[in-house]
Design a protein around this ligand. Structure first.
Ligand code: HEM
Length: 407
């Protein structure tokens, strides 16, 4: 029996046509939808305008690698507002070549693997600060609010040389809400939020322009800008905006997600507790199994064909990397969480020219955070009675809380 026929016996194929990740019913549990999408293959669904949905691993890779026929620029198509978050501000995520490469070159060196590994001791000190402040001596703690979010917020404050007093603003920009244990009804696309985010970043860039010689990300981008006009003022502003918006919430979701995947499996927890080097593979398998980003956005530039489906020009394409990472054609027994599996080709950070520029920042921050927690709090457990609930948006999801008993 083929993989397809085994699967279709058990799944509701209609779910494929109802897939819309921004719906709470979908992001709360997207996996039945993924099984339906993977069994069906690429499809066109009718929303305000027709959308293509691409979910099988090979098809997703084909789309993400073909940046000429699948553009990242959203030409303001009706019903795609969630994928148009930066409006007229140019950012690399929603740019095509040659602008994309020019913008990416400015930020890439400061987020490279070597530089991030050099930052590991600084990140470790930040994690210790957080654990001293919020964990030490407490019986229970919410690991989303008081670890997962706090690590990237402080790491970013450091990377961007933002004073500690501005961390609350950074929190609102990065995770979209002030510190609270309640799930938030919040939209990054809220005009008021966009406005306050714009004002904060504008202030930061202006401040940094008056200084010179800084090694933080904003100063490096300004230096590149002033040296040979690689990027203009609006692009510089967009750069800070996309890094903060793209880098904090996602890393927070990875940290809490990995802790959850580990702690819900006592044998795995035991194994990782004995060997902290297993944190790195735990993170990679979390990214494959249920990572922070589940869908990506593209628009066809002409008529294209993928997985046997013809897609007309100017059609929005929802690229479901979250489903591709559960494709049994690529990952045998995809629903088994296995930190030892061959998963290095997972699509949790995307693929092709837009592959996540912050992947190493996220990996190093998350690794250092989890290893330190394992060292300092070796008898963790998830609080009794808790069940996972997720905050989500059109792109991805993350736990809204993770209450841990500390000893
Ligand atoms: C676990 C954490 C993270 C996940 C799961 C993640 C995921 C992704 C994915 C899937 C893409 C591809 C987007 C596309 O193809 O359309 C992407 C791109 C991007 N990410 Fe991340 N990301 C994470 C952390 C970060 C961090 C820490 C930063 C900033 C330091 C960041 C900044 C960006 C930017 C600027 C892009 C656009 C790159 C380009 O267009 O060339 N991300 N990310």
């Amino acid at each position: 029996m083929s993989i397809e026929s085994i699967q279709t016996d058990r799944i509701d194929l209609d779910l494929a046509y109802r897939f819309d990740f921004s719906e709470p019913a979908v992001y709360s549990d997207p996996f039945p939808y993924y099984r339906a999408l993977l069994a069906t293959g690429p499809i066109i669904v009718q929303r305000q305008i027709p959308w293509a949905i691409v979910s099988r691993y090979d098809d997703v890779v084909a789309v993400l690698r073909d940046h000429q026929r699948y553009s990242s620029v959203n030409p303001h198509l009706p019903g795609t507002e969630a994928y148009d978050a930066f409006h007229e501000i140019p950012v690399m995520t929603f740019s095509d070549e040659p602008d994309h490469a020019r913008l990416r070159r400015v930020a890439a060196p400061s987020l490279a693997l070597r530089r991030m590994e050099q930052m590991a001791p600084t990140f470790l000190a930040l994690v210790d600060e957080i654990l001293d402040e919020f964990w030490q001596g407490k019986p229970e703690v919410d690991a989303v609010c008081y670890l997962a979010q706090e690590v990237p917020i402080r790491a970013f404050a450091h990377l961007l040389a933002i004073p500690k007093s501005e961390c609350e603003t950074l929190r609102a920009l990065g995770v979209g809400k002030p510190r609270t244990d309640a799930p938030a009804a919040f939209s990054f696309y809220d005009p008021q939020f966009m406005q306050s985010r714009a004002e904060f970043i504008h202030k930061l860039v202006q401040m940094r322009k008056g200084e010179s010689g800084g090694q933080d990300l904003i100063s490096l981008a300004i230096a590149a800008h002033e040296k040979d006009e690689k990027i203009n003022d609006l692009e510089l502003f967009g750069m800070v905006m996309v890094l903060v918006t793209g880098g904090i919430g996602t890393t927070a979701d990875l940290i809490s997600g990995a802790l959850y995947q580990m702690l819900r499996r006592p044998e795995l927890y035991e194994e990782i507790r004995r060997d902290h080097t297993l944190v790195a593979p735990l993170l990679e398998e979390t990214l494959r199994y249920d990572g922070p980003i589940h869908t990506l956005f593209r628009v066809t530039t002409g008529e294209v064909e993928v997985g046997g489906l013809r897609i007309p020009p100017r059609t929005p394409v929802c690229v479901v990397n979250g489903a591709a990472d559960r494709d049994p054609r690529k990952f045998p027994e995809p629903e088994r969480f296995d930190i030892r599996r061959d998963n290095e080709d997972h699509l949790g950070f995307g693929e092709g020219i837009h592959f996540c520029i912050g992947a190493w920042a996220a990996r190093v921050e998350a690794r250092v955070a989890l290893q330190r927690v394992l060292e300092r709090f070796p008898r963790l457990r998830i609080a009794a009675g808790w069940t996972p609930r997720y905050n989500g948006n059109a792109f991805g999801r993350g736990l809204s809380t993770l209450p841990l008993v500390l000893g």
